[in-house]
Ligand binder design. Structure first.
Ligand SMILES: Nc1ncnc2c1ncn2[C@@H]1O[C@H](COP(=O)(O)OP(=O)(O)OP(=O)(O)O)[C@@H](O)[C@H]1O
Ligand SMILES: [Mg+2]
Length: 448
């Protein structure tokens, strides 16, 4: 066969259904044998599909050699899982195929958690041992030219489907190797955010108009509150004839427009050289004749250049920021501007921010896992060196029922000033949209 080193004759015996622990042991045993038999020198030369075929053949042979007469179902599963061990993410492959899972969290070899519909739940999956888990981590790291080891015990990577991965290993992690995967299998669209109660129809109507009319918007929220998802959804409303440049640490945005240039930062290499930061990318983007710049998540000194862009002809730029409320988002932005290292006086920084950002969408992950737009606010500039923040729509939590937050959306009655700018772009939103009232949601369950 060439690729594999040795083979052996087949034995016969009676059929038995396999108990789970026995199945696991058999898989581990066959996996080890399979790895031993692989002639690594051939790995680089063969095409993926040929490799897969060969591994499948030899797996079949190894299964026969065990002398176990397996049920068809057990045998298929064994073959499938051996392929996963060699080419995929081992036990995690099963989860990767489930579109309802949004996060996969592995805390050492014996604990695998998943998040579904905003809630964490344990699974019965496990790895044979920490070495097995490490093997999977190394495979993921290798894809981005990295290795997790003593020298670099933290690794960020991305899977081919766009999922984002972080691994942190001992001695930094005390639980054994820890792997966190944020899936991008589930793609949420505006309609989903309406039907699952993330925001009411009126909010989307306003945001749609604002994005189209180039109102610079900041999407703020805590970890996992749905910022990136929301930015993706809003980006739909950017007219298709604009040139967009996106800047990200790990490319997660999936813009639908035909004219998009995606830029991604680069971490330093093993020798600590070659790092390219978001700030340099924002600066470079400005020389690329963009109509809008989209910063996946603004987190540092690049804030200055981004605001500069927003203030000088690139209105309509979008970004997300990690913050727990609207004012916190603005304060954080100030801190980030300071990080650029120029001694700009605070009033000037504030003026800068106040005139660059017109709209802030605040997201939150409420008790029970629900993601909601909790505020949509206009920044109308500064008064006595303080931001004038006017809430347009707001979510008021009224309590908690069955472990989940309950509440309602309201229009505050405030009519945004940028309505005039919308009109100038030919978008006429009725003022009645903003009349003070409780807003209803599509989904009856959400209103309860
Ligand atoms: N409105 C929503 N309704 C339900 N699930 C959502 C919503 N928004 C996001 N999610 C899910 O929540 C998870 C986190 O989403 P997302 O990556 O957009 O959050 P984030 O705030 O950008 O996170 P991070 O802080 O890690 O950057 C994803 O699995 C996503 O599918
Ligand atoms: Mg994000």
């Amino acid at each position: 066969m060439g690729f594999f080193v040795k083979t052996a004759p087949v034995k016969e015996s009676a059929a038995v259904p396999l108990e789970e622990p026995r199945f696991q042991r058999l898989r581990t045993e066959l996996h080890h044998k399979l790895v031993e038999m692989i002639d690594v020198s051939k790995l680089g030369h063969w095409k993926q599909d040929r490799l897969r075929r060969e591994v499948r053949l030899v797996s079949q042979q190894l299964i026969d050699e065990t002398g176990e007469k397996l049920l068809e179902a057990d045998r298929d599963r064994l073959l499938q899982e051996l392929q996963s061990e060699i080419f995929g993410l081992g036990p995690l492959d099963k989860l990767m195929g489930d579109p309802t899972i949004s996060d996969i969290l592995v805390n050492g070899c014996n604990q695998v958690w998943v998040e579904r519909f905003g809630r964490l739940e344990p699974t019965t999956l496990s790895f044979a041992d920490d070495a097995h888990l490490m093997q999977i981590i190394q495979r993921i790291a290798a894809k981005v030219g990295r290795r997790a080891d003593e020298m670099s015990p933290m690794v960020d990577a991305r899977l081919s489907d766009g999922s984002r991965v972080n691994a942190i290993i001992p001695p930094l992690s005390l639980e054994g190797p820890v792997l966190s995967i944020r899936r991008f299998g589930v793609r949420l669209e505006a309609e989903n955010l309406l039907s699952n109660g993330t925001m009411p129809e009126e909010a989307l109507q306003l945001l749609n108009a604002a994005v189209e009319a180039r109102i610079s918007t900041l999407i703020s929220g805590g970890t996992g509150s749905g910022k990136t998802t929301f930015l993706n959804v809003l980006s739909r409303y950017i007219p298709r004839d604009e040139r967009l440049v996106t800047i990200e640490d790990a490319a997660e945005l999936r813009l639908q427009q035909p004219h998009v240039v995606r830029l991604e930062t680069r971490p330093a290499n093993m020798e600590g050289a070659g790092e390219v930061r978001q700030r340099e990318l924002v600066k470079n983007a400005l020389r690329m004749r963009p109509d809008r710049i989209i910063v996946g998540e603004v987190r540092g000194e690049e804030a200055l250049d981004m605001l500069q862009a927003m203030n000088t002809g690139h209105e309509g730029s979008l970004a997300t920021i990690h913050a727990n409320d609207t004012r916190d988002a603005l304060t954080r932005l100030e801190m980030m501007v300071m990080m650029a290292g120029y001694e700009i006086p605070i009033p000037v920084v504030r003026h800068y921010i106040g005139s660059a950002i017109s709209l802030v969408v605040q997201l939150a992950r409420l008790k029970g896992g629900k993601r909601r737009v909790v505020r949509i606010s206009e920044i109308v500039g500064l008064k006595k060196n303080r931001y004038c923040v006017r809430h347009i729509f707001a979510y008021r939590q009224t309590g908690v029922a069955k472990g989940r937050a309950i509440g309602r959306f309201e229009a505050t009655g405030y009519v945004p000033r940028f309505l005039q700018r919308l009109r100038a772009s030919g978008i006429d939103l009725p003022e009645s949209l903003f009349a003070a009232r409780t807003l209803s949601l599509d989904n009856a369950e959400e209103q309860a």
